[in-house]
Design a protein around this ligand. Structure first.
Ligand SMILES: NC(=O)c1ccc[n+]([C@@H]2O[C@H](COP(=O)([O-])OP(=O)(O)OC[C@H]3O[C@@H](n4cnc5c(N)ncnc54)[C@H](OP(=O)(O)O)[C@@H]3O)[C@@H](O)[C@H]2O)c1
Length: 321
């Protein structure tokens, strides 16, 4: 076999294997490799991790997964009774953690003037903070032209500015050497219909966090991008109208990743200090690879799927506004 034939076969095999992996995996290939051969989640044992928005959904499951691996936690959100229930579950899952190892913090992320005080409470309690996970956030369903500017501002206040502010406090404290993570979304990398502000907010987070990594190369920065996941987030999602919530429930039969599986993958990304990962059921990984790396193919795929195809991948049976 000649050199060119050999190179040709290698290239064809590379693409063939890649396409098979995009179809069968529920994450990007890097995370799949890390889950099997990278650092296990229990390499985080004894570390201190603060998860915002830990009272439900992905944040709650991440707390439980990390507690199972004996990670000390600060869990924050606005609803204390739900946080207390998460703490009890965490203690049940860990044989080593003591009640003092899990701090429940009632915190509204929008209370930006109080962020420094919240931060000091956490650092004083544990004597330090190894990883800050900015997970709290709200989604949106509304058509572009129907969104009040007030909603744009409110959503950015929560999904962008509160995160940026808390992250800045942490970066100053850790002198640019810690580990900060954010639950972004697949919509941080690709655009989807019916969620203009939310899509823009997650894109903005990528801009901030990728610049943070450039400003502080010693800082570990993890952007974790889930696709559709089973949580309560459609109930509390913004619409286009100020003060309104979307108030729809995700159905058990919807094509979404479980929040438990999402949490395992996110914990793996944290343990391995990954920079950017995407997860989700087929066809999310395939769509993400095509959108991020093959712009011409992306145009074709988006044309074939159309607005309704994309919306269906995102929300299965939930009627679109
Ligand atoms: N589910 C998905 O399909 C999906 C996909 C991609 C990305 N995400 C992202 O994943 C993250 C978590 O969402 P989820 O799906 O797990 O939704 P969720 O179950 O609704 O959880 C949202 C969490 O954020 C907290 N939160 C909301 N507003 C807050 C505020 N003002 N201050 C403090 N905490 C606040 C909520 O707690 P309280 O109400 O008790 O404050 C709750 O713990 C979000 O950033 C979301 O954008 C979700």
């Amino acid at each position: 076999m000649g050199l060119f034939e050999f190179i040709g076969i290698v290239v064809v095999l590379y693409y063939l294997i890649s396409i098979i992996l995009w179809i069968v995996l529920d994450s990007d290939i890097e995370l799949w490799i890390k889950e099997r051969w990278g650092k296990p989640i229990d390499s985080l044992r004894g570390k201190v991790v603060w998860i915002t928005g830990a009272s439900s959904g992905i944040g709650k499951q991440l707390a439980i997964e990390l507690a199972r691996n004996h990670v000390k936690l600060c869990i924050s959100a606005r609803t204390v009774d739900r946080l207390q229930a998460v703490k009890e579950e965490c203690l049940k899952q860990s044989k080593l953690l003591q009640p003092n190892d899990i701090l429940v913090l009632k915190m509204d992320m929008l209370d930006i003037d109080q962020h420094q005080r919240y931060f000091d409470t956490v650092v004083t309690h544990f004597g330090g903070l190894d990883i800050l996970v900015n997970n709290a956030g709200r989604s949106q369903r509304a058509s572009f032209e129907e969104i009040d500017l007030k909603v744009d501002r409110e959503l950015f206040e929560l999904d962008v500015f509160s995160i940026v502010n808390l992250t800045r406090i942490y970066v100053k404290h850790s002198k640019g050497r810690g580990h900060v993570a954010c639950t972004s979304s697949s919509v941080g990398l690709i655009s989807v219909p019916n969620s203009a502000t939310y899509t823009a907010a997650k894109h903005a987070i990528h801009g901030y966090y990728e610049t943070l990594k450039l400003d502080h190369p010693s800082m570990d920065v993890t952007l974790f991008c889930p696709g559709p996941t089973h949580t309560e987030f459609l109930q509390n999602a913004f619409t286009g109208k100020h003060g309104q919530v979307y108030n729809r429930t995700v159905q058990p039969t919807d094509r979404r990743m479980t929040s438990e599986r999402c949490a395992v993958l996110m914990a793996t990304a944290l343990a391995n200090k990954c920079q950017i990962n995407f997860v989700g059921p087929f066809p999310v990984p395939a769509l993400m690879y095509i959108s991020c790396y093959y712009p011409n193919l992306r145009k074709l795929v988006l044309m074939i799927l159309g607005k309704s195809g994309l919306a269906k991948i995102r929300d299965t049976n939930v009627p679109q506004n």
